[in-house]
Design a protein around this ligand. Structure first.
Ligand code: XMP
Length: 509
């Protein structure tokens, strides 16, 4: 089994960030809820305890029994994780009198401590906590302090157990990466061998073993997750992988043809299914966003199921599910664990009776992209923005008609084409256009017009959970707006969406 760093999640907003930082060091890690310690710890080389929105003195504060781990493997508590370690052994944790949020600087460092090796006095760290460790248990030694926080870090004597009050995973802790490297490489002795190449090798090997001569069906969407899944499976089982790519009529302009073509060039055994008319028929007259989602999702299952049944003796369904879809997240409202809803996972009905295989379900999106690059897949697929399953259907506010789809496809092609031409496409997480059910007055030549309004939206994000609107250059926006109004019949007004998520969402529906 892969050597692993275990991250115990106490509900911090930064837990996933810790995982990404560990993986950037080419070390595999997994996030577990604080109360679910894996039974077998043979492959675990070290443990990181995350922060938490709770205070250790809260009545329902999350408490982890670390007896199976302490003194066996190194442990690093971050923020709440550190307070948890200290208070468990009789240390005193109190609400801090001064605000300990934001930047601070390390004023004292024990240079002999392995965790602090190479970290410089004065180094900026990021604090984000309401409590402070007032008094350490007798067997704990201070390893670093800031001017205001004496116990900014500690080590337990005779153990490789450490705690730090600040967050090494955030960008604002300037030497956070060095500190994590000290812990993971020097203290936990991880070999840093979890690379894209090693992931591909072990995944292909294990797919070969578990699938043998079995046939697998996979729904391709044109996106990076399903495409990388396909290429990995293709490497493992070749022609026994049967891909289905459904044209729901809600894709971008010419996308079905161009993506199908590139899949064929990659040697994939892929069948394109033109089901546009069936989707348009079922969408007729539906304006409610969830109603549209249901209609599109239901029709997708129907079409996919029919196509899959044409393949003889298929026994597996492959899906491009990624790690954020399956992490059991710790609810901050209480200790009960909730599973995040599978936002981007189609989900197929039971009657298909297929076994599920999800080769990417331990990876973050940026890691899927790294794997795709290692597999030498085309940048046009690897760097593609996320695109929702219901496609343009949820970007046309109100009911969906062929005419509206064709207007939005033209508008979208100009915006996305412009972003690519001006080298802005890779600068944003996702860009999209929305057709509003609103007409506005305009003038063209000597004529008064009364036509559609479209929205341009571009956001920066790392996972789609939170997002900020992109500050695209105004000259670029002006150019695109001009081109849309001049070229797309039926549009006389373009607006730019400047809302962030939360409180808005990325899509309008
Ligand atoms: P929101 O709009 O919730 O979107 O901020 C977050 C991310 O999810 C995508 N999205 C969907 N993907 N089916 C999907 O497969 C959906 O129904 C759906 N709704 C939103 C959205 O494009 C963004 O990347």
């Amino acid at each position: 089994m892969e050597e692993t760093i275990l991250i115990l999640d106490f509900g911090s907003q930064y837990t996933q960030l810790i995982a990404r930082r560990v993986r950037e060091l080419n070390v595999y890690c997994e996030i577990y809820p604080y109360h679910k310690i894996p039974e077998s710890i043979e492959h675990i080389k070290g443990v990181i305890l995350s922060g938490s929105p709770f205070s250790v003195s809260d009545k329902n504060a999350p408490v982890s029994d670390l007896s199976a781990l302490r003194r066996k493997v190194p442990v690093l508590g971050v923020c709440y994780g550190a307070q948890h370690l200290a208070s468990h052994e009789g240390g005193e944790v109190e609400p801090s009198k001064i605000r300990e949020y934001g930047r601070a600087n390390l004023a004292y460092i024990n240079a002999n401590c392995e965790l602090m090796k190479g970290i410089t006095i004065g180094s900026q760290v990021w604090m984000s906590h309401g409590d402070t460790i007032r008094k350490l248990p007798e067997s704990f030694d201070i390893i670093t302090s800031t001017r205001d926080v004496e116990v900014a870090g500690f080590k337990v004597r005779g153990e490789r157990t450490y705690g730090i009050q600040f967050h090494p995973e955030v960008y604002h802790t300037l030497e956070g990466k060095n500190l994590l490297e000290n812990f993971i490489v020097n203290i936990c002795d991880c070999s840093q061998s979890w690379t894209p190449a090693s992931f591909i090798e072990t995944t292909v090997q294990s797919l070969k073993q578990s699938l043998n001569e079995d046939k697998v069906v996979l729904g391709l969407s044109g996106g990076v997750d399903s495409s990388v899944t396909a290429v990995l499976l293709h490497k493992a089982i070749g022609k026994n992988l049967h891909c289905i790519f459904v044209d729901n009529g809600l894709l971008r302009k010419n996308e079905f043809e161009s993506v199908l073509d590139s899949y064929k060039h990659m040697g994939l055994n892929v069948r394109g299914v033109d089901a546009k008319d069936r989707f348009y028929e079922v969408l007729k007259g539906i304006s409610d966003p969830e109603g549209k989602r249901k209609a599109i999702g239901g029709m997708f299952i129907e079409v996919f199921d029919e196509a899959a049944h044409e393949i003889q003796d298929v026994s597996w369904l492959a899906q491009g599910t990624i790690y954020p879809d399956v992490i059991e997240s710790v609810s901050v409202k209480g200790p009960s664990a909730t599973i995040k809803s599978h936002h981007n996972v189609g989900g197929l009905p039971d009657f298909m009776k297929l076994k599920i295989i999800e080769p990417l379900n331990a990876l973050f999106k940026d890691e899927v992209r790294r794997i795709g690059r290692e597999l030498e897949m085309a940048e046009a697929i690897i760097g593609r923005h996320p695109f929702p399953g219901p496609g343009l259907g949820i970007r046309i506010i109100g009911d969906v008609t062929r005419e509206k789809i064709s207007i939005l496809q033209e508008v979208d092609a100009i915006f996305i084409g412009g972003l690519k031409k001006h080298k802005l496409y890779d600068e944003v997480w996702q860009a999209l256009t929305v057709l509003l059910p609103v007409q506005s007055v305009g003038v063209m030549g000597d004529e008064r017009t009364y036509e559609n309004v479209v929205v341009l939206r571009a956001v920066g994000s790392t996972d789609g959970m939170t997002a900020d609107w992109s500050h695209l250059p105004s000259e670029f926006l002006a150019k695109v707006s001009n081109e849309i109004i001049n070229k797309v019949k039926g549009v006389n007004r373009v607006v730019y969406d400047i809302s962030s998520k939360p409180p808005s969402t990325i899509e309008w529906e």
